[in-house]
Design a protein. Structure first.
Ligand SMILES: NCCCC[C@H](NC(=O)[C@@H](N)CCCCN)C(=O)O
Length: 457
């Protein structure tokens, strides 16, 4: 009898996997919108005469980095983390979904024929600024939703299959990215406009918001069962807890590794379709297909490596290997060898493996370093540091392409040489390798348990 009363809802595997699926679905819709424009970069930067929108690569880089504008400059991610730890996952999740829907609609409007063309502001098209603002509002919601979903999963899966669950959540998110890369150019070509895939994504997000509302019902029940099992509520978050997080060396190593590793992946994805067109001779309508392999590959591998981490451990080692593979991939893309689509495909598969190894080990390692009540803040700070890269790197790469990679062919057409951008991406990988080794050493010194299995026997 006592046993029954003491069971928490999260002890039921059906309940915890259902919760995981619901919140991951919401996040998946968010990831669709995040990358919906990535395979359309060529369409955006082609001249209006050629059926494009006439943006410069620099404008495209600024727009791509806009995802992080509010998160960084208004410190929205930090506030989001504090709101999460103070107000809980129900309020914060619904708020984040609302921001994502609003931002996505604004972005879709900006690139639709409804938006008046021709205006300029600070040397850039007003259309880029408006689309960027929409993307920035969306990005604020998406990042806050990301930390909320992470906290939800940690809440349900601690002591169970935590890394597998976090891996599956990331895998579902990648499905959203892959769908964006694959379907977006097709929807835009079939319906005759860039705004259509974005409107489609906004609609999907509304369904994601409804799904999250369903999750809120489950969350209320979980809280009740936790209160019944523990007899009293956990101590709440205090602002002074931030000090605990930021004075932890292991935390900073993870945050910086996250910055460098992700700087070599997500911003790369924004330019990958153009790399396929101009280096590997892929048809523009199919330019998103090879980059789409990356998220597709990670769908299987991230939960697989997550489950490995749960059962066997070796989290720090997985991060070292993943970071090393990232360097190899960008060097292979940079070298002037084998400019064939099949070679690009093989390298992209390798990147898929790297992009599964590091996230599957990195995210479940955070709760080993930071206690649960500070987890919202810890994830928010890590995302904050990561967002600096997500904002600055596309801007840097766009500028480098404009300045050093653009050239005119004898027939008068414009083309691009991606060697310099790819070496920059490789550099981020090299720093990530160094950080991963430092984290492994710190783990050995402090005994965080990153090399230990997550499932308690
Ligand atoms: N449990 C944490 C999962 C994080 C997954 C991670 N997402 C991020 O790092 C986001 N801050 C940035 C998402 C940008 C989307 N293009 C991931 O690996 O996706």
């Amino acid at each position: 009898m006592t046993e029954t009363i003491k069971r928490k809802l999260s002890d039921s595997s059906a309940a915890r996997w259902t919760a995981m699926l619901i919140v991951s679905f919401t996040m998946m819709c968010g990831y669709f919108i995040t990358d919906v424009m990535s395979p359309l970069g060529d369409m955006l930067t082609r001249s209006v005469v050629d059926g494009g929108m006439g943006w410069t690569p620099t404008e495209y880089g600024w727009f791509s980095g806009a995802y992080s504008w509010l998160n960084i400059f208004l410190l929205m991610l930090l506030f989001g983390g504090i709101i999460l730890d103070k107000m809980g996952v129900r309020f914060t999740g619904v708020m984040a979904c609302g921001l994502m829907v609003g931002g996505a609609l604004l972005k879709a409007y900006a690139v639709s024929p409804l938006f008046p063309e021709g205006g300029m502001l600070f040397g850039f098209k007003t259309q880029m600024w408006m689309a960027g603002l929409g993307f920035a509002i969306f990005g604020m919601g998406a990042e806050i939703c990301g930390i909320t979903v992470s906290k939800v999963i940690v809440k349900w899966f601690t002591g169970h299959e935590l890394a597998l669950a976090l891996g599956l959540q990331v895998a579902m998110a990648r499905l959203g990215t892959a769908a964006a890369l694959f379907f977006s150019p097709r929807i835009a070509a079939a319906w005759g406009g860039i705004s259509y895939p974005v409107f489609f994504g906004a609609l999907a997000l509304c369904i994601g918001l409804l799904a999250y509302l369903v999750y809120c019902v489950m969350d209320r029940r979980l809280d009740k069962s936790i209160a019944a099992a523990q007899g009293e509520e956990e101590e709440g978050f205090k602002l002074s807890d931030i000090k605990f997080v930021v004075t932890n060396k292991g935390f900073w190593l993870i945050a910086l590794l996250c910055l460098m590793f992700y700087a070599g992946v997500f911003p790369f994805l924004k330019f990958a379709a153009q790399l396929m067109i101009y280096k590997y001779g892929v048809d523009p309508v199919m330019a998103g297909d090879i980059p789409a392999i990356l998220p597709f590959g990670t769908i299987l591998l991230t939960p697989l490596f997550g489950s490995l981490y749960d059962r066997i451990g070796k989290g720090a080692t997985l991060m070292v290997v993943g970071a090393m593979m990232l360097v190899a991939v960008h060097v292979l893309f940079a070298l002037p060898i084998l400019n064939e689509w099949w070679f690009a495909l093989i390298v992209m598969v390798l990147l898929g493996i790297a992009f599964s190894l590091v996230p599957s080990a990195m995210w479940p390692s955070v709760p080993k370093i930071i206690p649960q009540k500070q987890l919202g803040t810890a994830y928010a700070l890590i995302f904050y540091v990561q967002n600096i890269g997500l904002m600055c790197v596309p801007m840097l790469i766009g500028w480098v392409i404009d300045r050093y990679a653009k050239f005119t062919l004898p027939d008068g057409n414009v083309s691009y040489d991606f060697t310099a951008p790819m070496w920059i991406f490789a550099l981020f990988g090299i720093v990530a390798v160094a950080l991963a080794f430092m984290l492994k050493a710190e783990d050995r010194r402090k005994g965080y348990g990153l090399e230990e299995a997550n499932i308690r026997k």
